[in-house]
Design a protein around this ligand. Structure first.
Ligand code: SAM
Length: 294
């Protein structure tokens, strides 16, 4: 077995050899603790015949642990400067495919069809670049890529929002979108000290297990998400105020919106953060004919 990449000594050696300087703008905080990496991989519950998709391999610390645990790893890396480094650090592994692409622009479904077997068990496992955590998760969920789920490291504050319950200050449209597609679990808190360079905030690992079916039935998914985002546009405002100022022609249709809210037993003076996902679904379905139906 090769020497772990994720130790302070080996990481420094690699960075010095290539004169690599971290780019803050790309969220480059590399893991330097082999135990944390092994735990992340264990949360993914990979079998020898599973596959893994990684976003942002960096110098390959997590990538090599994934390659040891499953059949194939496909990793998207945006930073061209890391490609020769990865060729060097991961050169001994025959089961790693590095794709030089911004994952937000990639057709991940097509990449999966090309590199994984049909019906193969695949997990997304990543120490995400923090500046794009939410866009990456939302893109992969909306695209409905055929994976079992995600084990992803992110800022602790974002992790808390993903798993938040109605009534808490962390609960918002992100919580609803994530809980619509997955069952989230915060599985590990990770201190700043295991990264190089150290970020300003602590991190958490979250496991998101894809649901077979959403927990609610909605007439139109896009409109459901529009309603949830609108309801949280200004957290201090009432639901009615947010809906009238945020929905198309909301101001003109204020009276009808009040009637719709009453028809689904939601007091117009409540705030978005008090509504459950079931109440949001009922509200969006009742508003759909009034606001969105063409
Ligand atoms: N996996 C490595 C580790 O744990 O040590 C590095 C993680 S670092 C937090 C994030 C990585 O994502 C960096 O290598 C960065 O260059 C890469 N990255 C940033 N934005 C990206 C994007 N849009 N698409 C693909 N990779 C990206």
């Amino acid at each position: 077995m090769n020497r772990d990449i994720a130790t302070v000594g080996r990481t420094k050696e690699i960075l010095e050899k290539y004169g690599f300087s971290f780019k803050k703008s790309l969220g480059q905080n590399f893991l330097i603790d082999p135990n944390v990496l092994r735990k992340i991989v264990s949360f993914a519950e990979l079998e020898p015949e599973s596959g893994a998709i990684e976003i942002g391999p960096g110098i390959g610390a997590l990538t090599e642990n994934l390659a040891r645990a499953c059949e194939k790893v496909v990793a998207f890396e945006i930073d061209q400067r890391l490609l020769p480094i990865l060729e060097d650090t991961l050169g001994d592994y025959q089961n790693i495919m590095i794709i030089h692409q911004d994952v937000l622009k990639a057709d991940v479904g097509a990449v999966m069809r090309e590199h994984f077997k049909e019906e193969q068990d695949v997990m997304v496992v990543a120490n995400l670049p923090y500046y794009v955590t939410t866009p990456i998760l939302m893109k992969l969920l909306h695209d409905q890529i055929p994976v079992r789920g995600f084990v992803v490291m992110m800022q602790k504050e974002v992790a808390e929002r993903l798993a938040a319950e109605p009534g808490s200050k962390e609960y918002g449209s992100l919580s609803i979108a994530i809980q619509y597609y997955t069952v989230p679990e915060k599985v590990m808190i990770v201190p700043k000290s295991v990264f190089m360079p150290q970020p300003n905030v602590d991190s958490a690992v979250v496991r998101l297990t894809k649901r077979d079916h959403p927990p609610v039935e909605v007439t139109d998914e896009e409109f459901f998400f529009t309603v949830t985002k609108t309801a949280f546009a200004q957290r201090r405002k009432t639901l009615l105020n947010n809906l009238t100022s945020g929905l198309e022609k909301g101001k003109e249709k204020k009276e009808e919106i009040v009637a719709v809210l009453e028809s689904v037993d939601i007091d117009p003076s409540r705030r978005g953060e008090t509504l459950s996902i079931q109440e949001f679904a009922a509200l969006a379905n009742a508003l759909y004919p009034l606001i969105a139906e063409k």
